[in-house]
Every structure is written in C-alpha cells, then in structure tokens.
Design a protein around this ligand. Structure first.
Ligand code: TYM
Length: 335
C-alpha cells in the first residue's frame, strides 16, 4: 500500500479540493500511517503564468492549510515537488514513453489552453506526464483524487504499462485512482454544470477554506438554486444540478449519504435548507481556519516540515529512478 497525491499551490484551498481530495487524504493517512506522500505540485503550477513571489507564499500557505485540515507530518510525508528533483527527471524519461496521441486526448489541456493552443507552454501540454512521474516515482498503489483527475491517472497507468512492456521489466507499479465516494465532484455555486475551481473569476462560485463565517453564509445564501422543494429520493435531483450540488456538499460535510439528507429535508425549500447548510459549513470549516492562523504564526516551522518531508521523499524516490535508468540502459547501468 503506497498512497500518493498532490495539489497545485495556485491559491486558497476550496471546498472542492477539501471534499474531493483532502478528506480522503486524511482518511488514508489514518488507515495507513507511514505509507502516504502528499505534495504541493509547484512544478505543475508554473505551466501557466505565475507570480514568483506569490507562488512561494502559496506553497507555505497551502502546507499550513493541509496541516490544519488534518494532514499530520509525522504520519504522512509532506513536501513540495521542486525539492525532490527526481520528479522532473523521471518526467523526462517518461516523456519518451508517452505518445503524442495520448496527450492530444487530455481534456484538461484543451480546457486550459482554450483557443490559444499554439501559445500554450510545452509544460502545459506535457503536464500529465509529470503527474505520471509524481506517482510512479514512489510505486504508488492508490491515488486519492477528485473526479477531474481520473483521465490523468489513466494516462499514468498507460505510461507505466507501456514502459514495463517495452523494457521487459516490472519497473513501475500500476496506480489505482481513488475517487471520493461522498463528493467526487463539487460544482460551482453559480453554475451547476461547472466544477468548483480556483480559476473561476467569481469568488462567489466557491467556498474557500479560509472564508470567514459571514462570507460562507453569504455565498451559500446567494448560491443558485431552483424554486422546488427538496425531494424525498435523491434520484429526483437529476436535472437539478444546482440543487443536487448543495445536497452533495451537505452530505459530504456531514458524513451522511445524499439519501439521508433528502429524507431529513424532504418537502422543504432552499429557504430552510440553505441556513442549515451554512451552519454546517461554518461548524466544519471554522476550526480549520483557526488552526491555519495558528500555524501561519510560525512559518519557520512550516518550512522545516517541508524540508524534512522532501528529504524522506528523495530517499524513497532514488531506487525507482535507478531502476528506470537500468531498464533504459542509461550509462552507467551496471554500477
Ligand atoms: P488540483 O490542484 O486542481 O486539485 C487538487 C485535488 O482537488 C480535487 N478537486 C476537486 N474535487 C472535487 N470537486 C472539485 N470541484 C474539485 N476541484 C479540485 C482534484 O481532483 C485533486 O485531487 N494535477 C493535479 C495535481 C497533481 C496530482 C499529481 C494529483 C499533480 N500531480 C499526482 C494526484 C497525483 C491538480 O491540478 O489538482
């Protein structure tokens, strides 16, 4: 059992990251202490334009936010990607296995490059290969992610399979994506067909983990919904994406099923449901925000955690990289 996952330090954590990924990270860490590696994907963040001062500040803040959310650096290995250069090196080696046709199918590249594909960086195009290196480097067996990362994980499996076949070795373990069962996909509060995202220009579309109680309540009050009451059966939420999203969020925060939530609120309108959801969100996120503020008062301690995590990750990365060199016949292979 080896659990590996990453998150881009491109701003605050939002509820989609938290419910889609971090809650699972914490659960995995509690079940498999010592076998989990979680990292800040700062090399992925530079595939699009970035403010350098902001980037390093984001790495530190996101580290504090992850710890505040329950990641315990004594049980998990927590680090930033840059400090483990084996990620970049393995990415290069895997670029020679990955096929253009495979990358051409990646939907995230199409979304992120938009109409200006010719002007996108090569890093943005090759981004999923670095992501494959991130997990294959540690022989990950399980990768807890949100639904939007599924395609990237399938690519990592394809790359691992082809590399092993081409070289006649078993250099890489095939990683299994673990998609959150309670909230695989948290949608925007303004548009039930778009995922909640850091890059949405409207801050009202997402709940940030560091939003204060009033902001959370206001965002939920203003969230788009419809005029119908909540149904008894969650299946009746089909075709009501905004309503379904709020029920999903409630269920995930409460650790209940959508059926439980519908049973409790059946027949009630959003006038009653939204305040209950706001209270729940504030109760769950408030303590995380407080702990974050405490942690940010001692940034040297955060930096030390990252440094220590990177040292442990490097030691775990070296054997895979050496096996990859040997499989490819890169000189000196027989040392
Ligand atoms: P990123 O930084 O966009 O998101 C981090 C994690 O949060 C999940 N997530 C969501 N889940 C549910 N609903 C949403 N609205 C939502 N938005 C984000 C993502 O699925 C992810 O699990 N490429 C990755 C980072 C990465 C990585 C890796 C992940 C780099 N290397 C290796 C796993 C393994 C990314 O951009 O995630």
């Amino acid at each position: 059992m080896r659990v590996v996952s990453g998150i881009q330090p491109t701003g605050n954590l939002h509820l989609g990251n938290y419910l889609g990924a971090i809650v699972q990270w914490v659960a995995m860490q509690d079940e498999h202490p010592g076998e989990c590696l979680f990292f800040l994907a700062d090399l992925h963040a530079i595939t699009v334009r970035n403010d350098p001062a902001q980037l390093s500040a984001n790495v530190r803040e996101l580290t504090a936010a992850l710890i505040a959310s329950g990641i315990d650096p004594t049980r998990s290995i927590l680090f930033n990607q840059t400090r483990v250069p084996q990620h970049s090196e393995l990415a290069w080696l895997l670029m020679c296995t990955a096929r253009m046709g495979w990358l051409n199918r990646m939907t995230q590249f199409k979304e992120k490059s938009g109409k200006d594909r010719e002007g996108a960086s090569i890093g943005l195009y090759a981004y999923p290969v670095l992501q494959a290196a991130d997990v294959l480097l540690y022989q990950a067996t399980h990768v807890p992610v949100g639904e939007d990362q599924k395609q990237h994980l399938e690519l990592a499996r394809d790359i691992a399979t082809k590399f092993n076949l081409d070289t006649g070795t078993e250099t890489f373990t095939l990683p299994e994506p673990m998609i959150g069962s309670t909230a695989p996909r948290v949608m925007s509060l303004r548009d039930g067909s778009a995922k909640m995202s850091k890059s949405d220009p409207s801050d009202m579309s997402r709940i940030n983990l560091m939003d204060d109680a009033d902001t959370i309540a206001q965002k939920i009050r203003k969230a788009r919904t419809d005029a119908d009451p909540l149904p008894e059966d969650p299946a009746a939420l089909d075709g009501r994406p905004e309503a379904a999203n709020l029920v999903t969020i409630y269920a995930a925060l409460a650790g209940e099923s959508r059926a439980d939530v519908c049973a409790r609120f059946a027949g009630q309108g959003f006038g009653a449901f939204k305040p209950a959801l706001a209270d729940l969100a504030v109760a769950k996120l408030g303590p995380i925000r407080e702990r974050f503020a405490e942690l940010m008062a001692d940034t040297a301690a955060i930096d030390a955690i990252l440094e220590e995590g990177a040292g442990r990750a490097r030691a775990m990365a070296v054997p895979t990289l050496e096996a990859t060199h040997a499989a490819l016949g890169l000189f000196p292979a027989s040392r």
